[in-house]
Design a protein around this ligand. Sequence first.
Ligand code: ATP
Length: 269
Amino acid sequence: MKKRAQFDHVSLAFETPKGRLNVVEDVSYDINDGDFIAVIGPSGCGKTTMMSMLAGFQKPTTGKVLFDGAPVTGPGPERGVIFQEYGVFPWLTVKQNIAFGLKLKANRVPDSERDAICDHYLSLMGLADFANSYPKHLSGGMRQRLAIARAYAVKPQFLLMDEPFGALDAQTRANMQNLLLKVLAAEGKTVMLITHSVEEAIYLASRIVVVTARPAKIKEIIEVPFPYPRDESIEERPEFGELRSHIRQLVMDEYRAQQAQMRPASFSE
Ligand SMILES: Nc1ncnc2c1ncn2[C@@H]1O[C@H](COP(=O)(O)OP(=O)(O)OP(=O)(O)O)[C@@H](O)[C@H]1O
């Protein structure tokens, strides 16, 4: 299996006014072509920072982050990024937002095709009636769907998604999850997804990377035993419930560890 991305003994520390903050510590794992990796762990533990290094927004303090065998030196068109509540330009209409990436040199498509691609993703995301609206006239959930449409439209080989569905209502979230599975089945992408939802991680991912309280270290990497294509019926399977309990326990242990870290010294047990 071809290695797409590699974290090789990666650590990252921020220098802050209060001193050095270790955020990611000695993380090593590979992401193979076609993998769907979900990263789960307590809030603020370093998941986004880990993803940012692969996106090319942050550099590791020590260790290496490789993409297609070469060190990541910055963002690139083969890695599409969807961050929560980011990624739409307020001064462009909905359709212009989707078209934007398709006009950039790295992803440029002929004008005639551009229109058809925009229309396809507008309708896929339920935004066709808002093609000419500006983002400020959309609900938060619609803006997030627009950010997702923009990222899908340029067809990156690798999708980096940071809590992309976190702000959506339950029904839209389920629709967006199923749509993502469809897009992946049709286009065969590799994905790294950060989520706080254990169910979402099991439903979507081929492997789940559970990380510790800050600094984020690998706690466990879990293979999800369900073949694709998947549908909601897997949630009824006993293995789904067992996996959910196991991962919930891991995450809860780390959440408690994080709470203990934050407690003032005088209260420590
Ligand atoms: N540029 C920075 N400078 C200093 N500290 C930072 C910087 N970026 C992030 N941090 C800190 O690093 C820690 C990890 O942040 P990060 O966003 O990676 O966590 P996370 O696991 O993605 O959190 P969440 O699940 O809440 O989104 C946090 O304590 C954050 O305050």
